[in-house]
Structure formats: structure tokens, C-alpha cells
Design a protein around this ligand. Structure first.
Ligand code: PLP
Length: 467
């Protein structure tokens, strides 16, 4: 399988190449040269199989010959053996045709573990084959950082330094990062905001000699391997609910558009996933696009579902490329216009193609609290604020006779205050994390300045050179 950039000016690469590259050199995102698909009989054989087996089979065409098949299967097995539920991604029915797919049984209790736990192993495998090392740097306001650290801790070929704004992440989120005790992990609490942290990461990447010296890399959600690793759970859910012999819809609480794009990719692979319902909070750029072809950025506002507080959904570019019939020049032009003006003039025909499959749904904080309360009252189900947006989106766009898969993106115990305010119940952490508040923390505090951060990363990389 070969991958091309959505902007058409970057080298064509294989799976291992796009894994290590992340963003394409032309600023575009890598997509498969063509979409693989399975016939109905092939899908039926996978129904009811262990998750690692479904994951291996669904990703196999994307991996192509970049990784030996037995090695890849073993990496999938090892990855999903580490999850806290035998079904890995269990379905919980909350209404006659509504099924929450719990994507939060990984080590950090959010769906990002499904992809990152595998991607960390893939990185280590490919880097050791090529005799290379990388240093991952990232900024986090909570979720992403802990999932990235859990994915990279103890991996021989990777060092990872994650910046978080000092005193501005929840105690659960900070401790999920700082209680990881591994020589290749450095947590830095920056005296500043999340935006300061992001600017510092950008400044490190912009310093070309430093970037090359450290072999800087990122594991952000534009990496194709992350999307590829999210397709299998939609396949598993659709198969469990009767696909390929029966249609299903999905409702996905959305930020960067990666998770819902994976559901769309599952449909391109021959599964009858018909409607893709995009849930958002008051940061509703995608909903305004789907409702009225208004793709215009506005300032980000905080909400009860912080992982969706995003106004530029980077993975949307992959869908845009398809909506434009894979016209890379047109895609690049629209992305340039968006960057320059904050508005994207999507042609009417392309917008209509999107709205034939994708529906938008917006929910404010009061609605999110009400949705958590309703799920608890009506079904005894404790949903986190993100999943609650998905549940409300599913209810809004339900169709008779068509089951809806709601992406359950986080464990309720990650957002205990919001859940308790809505339901009166304070959700407990699962057993594996029950002692989180007794564990020792490891992190340093630094000012929001480039030089001390660069020294810190140099020191980390220097210490682990011979690991
Ligand atoms: C990251 C995240 C999202 C948004 O996912 P995207 O792939 O960016 O759309 C939603 N919910 C939770 C809990 C998350 O951590």
C-alpha cells in the first residue's frame, strides 16, 4: 500500500514511511493511494472474532508489505492484551437501538489508547529495524499527553517529553502523566497556559538544527497510523450489530475529526455504516459546516468536554480531499484560503456530498449535563461529558430500525466533577488506577522559555543514548 499527500507535492511513501513522517512535507496529510475493501463473506468471517484478530485483519491492507505479517499480528495481540476488558471495546446497550462502544478500557481510560498503544510499538519496531531513535515532544491540556506517555514509556528507541500548563490540568490527568516512572519520559510543568506550551513545542520544531540533532517527532492525530488503528473498532461494532447484512449508524463526539474519519474509512472498506453523526460542544465549526457550509474558525471556548474544544479539525482535510474527487491542487487551495482568512469556501457540490452522509449536532454545557443525567436516570449508565454529547447526537438523528453505535470516548472517572454534578454519583477509578493518588509523581517545573526546555530534552536524549 502506498500513501499520497492530500496536497500532492510530497513523496509517496509506504506505511512505515508515513508512520515516521507524520505530516507530509507539503503540509498535507497522508492518505492511502486507494481504499481497500473486503467483500461481505470476508467480513462475516470476522464476526465475533477476538478484537486483536479483527484489528490485524482490518489494518493488514493498510500496512501492506511494510511490516512482516506475523510481526504485525503479534504487535496487535500484545497491544490489546494490555486492555482492561476481555472484549477490548465492549458494546453497552443504553436504549432500544443505541449502543455505546466503550473505547476507554486502555491504560489512560480514553479512546486514544486504542491507537497510541499500537503506534508506540510500531514506532519502536520500525526504528529499531532502521537503527534510528526519535525524541517526541508534545503539549497537552490533559488527555493526549497521558495516552502518548503510556504508549512510549520504556520503549528503547523513543524519548518523550510532554509539557503541560502548571496547575491547569486536573489532578487525575496530571497524575496519569507524572506517576509513570520510566527513564525515557520527562514531564514538564510549564509556568504558563496550554497555548504557551504549544508555542514552545512549535518553537522547538522551528529550530531546524535542534530538530535534526534531536530527531524530533510528534504523535499527533494527523499521523495516518493513528487513524488506521481506529478503523477496526468500528468494524467490530458494526459486525456485532449485524453488518454487513444490516446497516448501522455511528455518533462520534468530535474534535480533530480523526475518530469519525476512521468510521468513514470503515464504510469505505465495505461495511454499511450509513450515517456519520458528528457531535460537538459550543466549539461547533463542523456543525456549522454541515448545516450551512459555513467553515469558519472562531475563538476556542472552554466547555465540559475539553477534548472537543477545537476550532480547526485537522483531519477534516482527509475528507475534503475525497469530497473534491482527490484533487490535491484544489485541496491545497482551500487549505491555504482557510489559513489566510479563517474561512473555507467549499464548493457547493462537495458540501452536498458531505451532508449526504455526515450530520452535525451541537450541545452546550447545560445540554451535556442533561444528557449525562438522562443516561443515568433512564438506563443506569454513567457517561462522561464527551460520550454524553454522542448519546444526545444519536438520539437526535435516530432512524427506526437502524442501530446507532455511540463512540464512548472517555471513562466517566476522568471527569468526576462533571459526572457527579449531573448524576449525584462520583465515578470510581478502575482497579488498575485505584492507587493513582498514592503513587509518586515525577516532573519538573520550568519557565515558559525555549532554552531551558531544549537543555532538558538534550539531557534526556543524552542519558538514554545507549539504551
Ligand atoms: C481526543 C478526544 C475526542 C476527540 O477526538 P477526535 O479524534 O479529535 O475527533 C473526543 N473525546 C475524548 C474523550 C477525547 O480524548
Amino acid at each position: 500500500m502506498r500513501y499520497v499527500s492530500t496536497r500532492g507535492e510530497a513523496p509517496v511513501r509506504d506505511f512505515a514511511g508515513v508512520l515516521l513522517a507524520g505530516l507530509a512535507e507539503d503540509g498535507g496529510l497522508y492518505v492511502p493511494e486507494s481504499w481497500p475493501s473486503f467483500d461481505a463473506a470476508t467480513w462475516r468471517v470476522l464476526r465475533g472474532r477476538p478484537y486483536a484478530e479483527i484489528a490485524t485483519a482490518v489494518m493488514r491492507p493498510y500496512v501492506g508489505d511494510a511490516i512482516d505479517p506475523d510481526t504485525f499480528a503479534a504487535l496487535c495481540r500484545e497491544t490489546y492484551d494490555g486492555f482492561g476488558h476481555a472484549a477490548v471495546v465492549p458494546l453497552v446497550q443504553t436504549a432500544p437501538a443505541t449502543f455505546v462502544q466503550e473505547l476507554f478500557h486502555g491504560p489512560t481510560l480514553a479512546f486514544k489508547d486504542l491507537a497510541l498503544q499500537l503506534v508506540g510499538r510500531l514506532f519502536d519496531h520500525v526504528l529499531s529495524r532502521e537503527g534510528r531513535r526519535i525524541a517526541i515532544v508534545g503539549a497537552t491540556s490533559g488527555d493526549t499527553g497521558s495516552a502518548a506517555i503510556a504508549a512510549c514509556a520504556g520503549r528503547a528507541r523513543i524519548n518523550i517529553m510532554i509539557l503541560h500548563p502548571d496547575g491547569r490540568t486536573s489532578a487525575v490527568q496530571r497524575r496519569q502523566m507524572t506517576t509513570v516512572d520510566a527513564a525515557n519520559v520527562r514531564n514538564v510543568a510549564v509556568a504558563g497556559t496550554f497555548d504557551d506550551c504549544q508555542d514552545l513545542v512549535k518553537a522547538m520544531f522551528a529550530d531546524a538544527p535542534f530538530r535534526d540533532e534531536m530527531a524530533l517527532s510528534a504523535v499527533n492525530s494527523i499521523n495516518w497510523a493513528r487513524i488506521a488503528a481506529q478503523i477496526p473498532y468500528y468494524a467490530a461494532a458494526a459486525l456485532a450489530l449485524g453488518a454487513p447484512d444490516r446497516p448501522v449508524d455511528v455518533a462520534v463526539p468530535t474534535g480533530n475529526f480523526g475518530n469519525v474519519l476512521a468510521a468513514w474509512a470503515a464504510s469505505r472498506m465495505g461495511l454499511p455504516i450509513e450515517r456519520l453523526i458528528v457531535g460537538s460542544n459550543r466549539n461547533d465549526i463542523l456543525v456549522r459546516f454541515l448545516d450551512a457550509n459555513d467553515m469558519s474558525a472562531r475563538p476556542v471556548e472552554p466547555s465540559l468536554s475539553p477534548s472537543m474544544d477545537i476550532q480547526v479539525s485537522s483531519n477534516f482535510e482527509r475528507l475534503l480531499f475525497e469530497l473534491l474527487d482527490r484533487d490535491a491542487a484544489a485541496t491545497a487551495g482551500l487549505m491555504r484560503a482557510f489559513r489566510a482568512t479563517g474561512r473555507m469556501p467549499v464548493p457547493d457540490a462537495a458540501w452536498r456530498r458531505a451532508t449526504a452522509r455526515f450530520m452535525g449536532f451541537r450541545l452546550d454545557d447545560a445540554g451535556t449535563t442533561a444528557a449525562m443525567a438522562a443516561a443515568w436516570r433512564e438506563s443506569g449508565y454513567l457517561a462522561d461529558p464527551h460520550t454524553a454529547v454522542g448519546l444526545a447526537a444519536a438520539a437526535r438523528h435516530a432512524r427506526p430500525g437502524v442501530p446507532v453505535i455511540v463512540a464512548g470516548t472517555a471513562h466517566p472517572a476522568k471527569f468526576p466533577d462533571a459526572v457527579e454534578a449531573a448524576t449525584g454519583i462520583r465515578p470510581a477509578l478502575p482497579a488498575a488506577l485505584a492507587d493513582l493518588f498514592e503513587r509518586e509523581e515525577h516532573y519538573i517545573r520550568l519557565p515558559a522559555e525555549l532554552a531551558p526546555l531544549q537543555s532538558e530534552l538534550r539531557a534526556l536524549v543524552g542519558r538514554n543514548r545507549h539504551g
